[in-house]
Ligand binder design. Structure first.
Ligand SMILES: C[S@@+](CC[C@H](N)C(=O)[O-])C[C@H]1O[C@@H](n2cnc3c(N)ncnc32)[C@H](O)[C@@H]1O
Length: 202
């Protein structure tokens, strides 16, 4: 018996893949974008942090999926690359934005040639990756940062706690720089969604 689609990423990702028709999902986003209904909170925060850090160096959209956020960052003139382990989603990204470099890579083991000023993980990547590789995902993200670079991750606290995430960060020499409740930078108030910004200490 062949394994379910997406199971090579994680069990949770396989559940998502089993429920979602990718073409329909992609065209729904495209329709919203065309109608000006797409919110860009993630790209807004990533751009603000990137600009505040001097506006140089590239961003890695880690767990980029169909490239939703990376494509918006590139549209704003920010150098960006994407990486994901699900080639079916990357196919949409490649088709929509052939000018961007898209890596088929496991975030838990990746060894890309570039070092980035920011690794961004919007879209619940931390809870869609397999729980047993979360520490490795954070360690690999840190390994791809320039000294002083930022790891920015937004995820629901569903099967992972912030203490756990902060421990993975500390083990990878990443210290907490900011924590918000939303990508719109509302203060974190103990709720079940959080956006964390960690800096690589040198
Ligand atoms: C909900 S999607 C979010 C996609 C994109 N970040 C967005 O916000 O539109 C979660 C993504 O994480 C990716 N992912 C999870 N674990 C991964 C891993 N170990 N390596 C690479 N990608 C991973 C999945 O393949 C999926 O594309």
């Amino acid at each position: 018996m062949s394994e379910p689609v997406g199971a090579h990423v994680s069990e949770r990702w396989a559940h998502w893949r089993a429920r979602v028709d990718l073409s329909e999902y992609h065209s729904r986003w495209a329709r919203m974008e065309a109608a000006g209904q797409t919110a860009h909170g993630e790209a807004d925060l990533i751009e603000a942090l990137w600009s505040r850090a001097g506006g140089d160096g590239a961003v890695l959209d880690a767990g980029c999926g169909m490239g939703r956020v990376a494509i918006e960052l590139a549209r704003r003139g920010i150098p960006v690359e994407g990486a994901d382990l699900d080639d079916d989603l990357l196919a949409f990204a490649r088709n929509d934005a052939p000018h961007i470099t898209w890596h088929l890579a496991d975030l838990a083991t990746m060894q890309l040639a570039t070092r980035y000023s920011m690794v961004a993980m919007p879209g619940n990547v931390m809870i869609f990756c397999s729980p047993d590789v979360r520490a490795d995902v954070v360690e690999r993200a840190a390994a791809h940062l320039h000294p002083g670079g930022l790891l920015v991750a937004g995820f629901s606290l569903d099967g992972i706690t912030l203490d756990e995430y902060d421990r993975y960060c500390a083990a990878a020499s990443l210290t907490l720089a900011d924590r918000f409740a939303t990508w719109e930078r509302e203060p974190y108030d103990g709720g079940n969604y959080s956006v964390s910004v960690h800096r690589l200490v040198t």
